[in-house]
Design a protein around this ligand. Structure first.
Ligand SMILES: [Zn+2]
Length: 271
C-alpha cells in the first residue's frame, strides 16, 4: 500500500491513496475540506524552499512561502507561523483560498497568509508565492525610480514591477496584509506580473512552480543590489537594462534552468 503524509497533520498520520481523504478530516462542518493527501516529497520541498530563502538572505525571522495544493487548485500549503529557517515538513498546513486552515491542530497561522490566498485565487497560473522583506528591495517601494532588469537571471523584472501602496485604499494601517480585502487589493496591483513591491514593507514573488518562485525571490533581491551599484557607478545616468523583448527571451531560459539553482540551494540546506 502506498502511503502519503497528510498535509495538515503533524507528521504522524498517513493515508492510503486508494481513496480520497475523508471529507470530514478537517474536523467539522465549519472547516474546509482537505484537497487530499500530499506526498511527503512535496512537504519536504516546501520546507526546503523556506530554508533556502533564509539561507539566501531573502527572509530572516519573517517572510513565508506557499504552494498550491498539487491535487486541488482551491487549496494551498504553507507552514505554520514560524521563522523560515526552522520550518520542517511537519509544520506544513493546508488552507482553502479564504485562508481558513483545514486542520490547524492548535498551531498558529501567518497573519499575512491572505497575500497567498488571494493571489492563488486571482491567478490560476501561479503555483507558488514568496513574501519577503528582503532589504535591498524595500527602497524601490519608497521612491519613484522603477526597478529594472539588471541581468538575465532577473529577466522577469523586465515585464514591469508594480508597487502596492496599502495607504491608497486603506489609509493608515499597520502595513500588514492581514485580511482578505488587503490581499485582494495586493493581487489586483500584481495583476499579471511576476513580482510586486509593497511600499515600506517588502515584496512578493510568484511563479509557475515552487523552484521558479524561489528563484525569482532570490534574484529580485540580487537585482535590487545590482541596480544600486549600477546607479552609483553610472553617476545617476541611464542604465542599459534588459528591455521587454530581451526579458521575455531570457525568462524562457530561466524557466527551464531554475532547477539547477534549486538543486544546489536544496543541497546547501540539507535537503
Ligand atoms: Zn510582510
Amino acid at each position: 500500500m502506498r502511503l502519503f503524509r497528510c498535509a495538515c497533520h503533524s507528521g504522524l498520520s498517513y493515508w492510503s491513496n486508494s481513496a480520497r481523504a475523508p471529507a470530514d478530516v478537517g474536523g467539522g462542518a465549519s472547516l474546509p475540506r482537505t484537497g487530499g493527501p500530499v506526498d511527503a516529497s512535496v512537504l519536504a520541498d516546501l520546507a526546503a524552499a523556506s530554508r533556502i530563502l533564509a539561507d539566501q538572505g531573502v527572509v530572516d525571522a519573517f517572510g513565508h512561502v506557499s504552494m498550491r495544493h498539487p491535487h486541488d487548485p482551491q487549496r494551498f500549503l504553507m507552514s505554520r507561523s514560524l521563522a523560515p529557517a526552522l520550518v520542517t515538513p511537519d509544520d506544513i498546513m493546508e488552507y482553502d483560498l479564504n485562508c481558513d486552515c483545514v486542520d490547524a491542530q492548535g498551531r498558529g497561522s501567518f497573519l499575512e497568509r491572505f497575500i497567498h490566498g488571494e493571489i492563488f485565487r486571482s491567478r490560476p497560473d501561479v503555483m507558488a508565492v514568496v513574501h519577503s522583506h528582503s532589504p535591498n528591495v524595500i527602497p524601490f517601494g519608497l521612491v519613484k525610480t522603477p526597478m529594472r532588469a539588471m541581468f538575465h537571471n532577473a529577466a522577469f523584472v523586465a515585464r514591469g514591477v508594480p508597487v502596492f501602496d496599502i495607504r491608497d485604499k486603506f489609509g493608515a494601517t499597520d502595513m500588514l496584509v492581514g485580511n482578505a480585502d488587503k490581499g485582494v487589493a495586493l493581487a489586483k496591483v500584481l495583476d499579471d506580473k511576476d513580482i510586486v513591491l509593497m511600499r515600506a514593507h517588502g515584496s512578493v514573488a510568484t511563479g509557475p512552480s515552487l523552484p521558479v518562485a524561489v528563484f525569482r525571490a532570490v534574484y529580485t533581491e540580487m537585482n535590487a543590489r545590482l541596480q544600486f551599484q549600477a546607479a552609483m557607478l553610472g553617476g545617476g545616468g541611464d542604465i542599459a537594462a534588459l528591455d521587454a523583448d530581451e526579458g521575455a527571451l531570457a525568462d524562457k531560459v530561466n524557466l527551464s534552468s531554475a532547477s539547477r539553482a534549486w538543486d544546489l540551494w536544496k543541497r546547501r540546506v540539507g535537503f
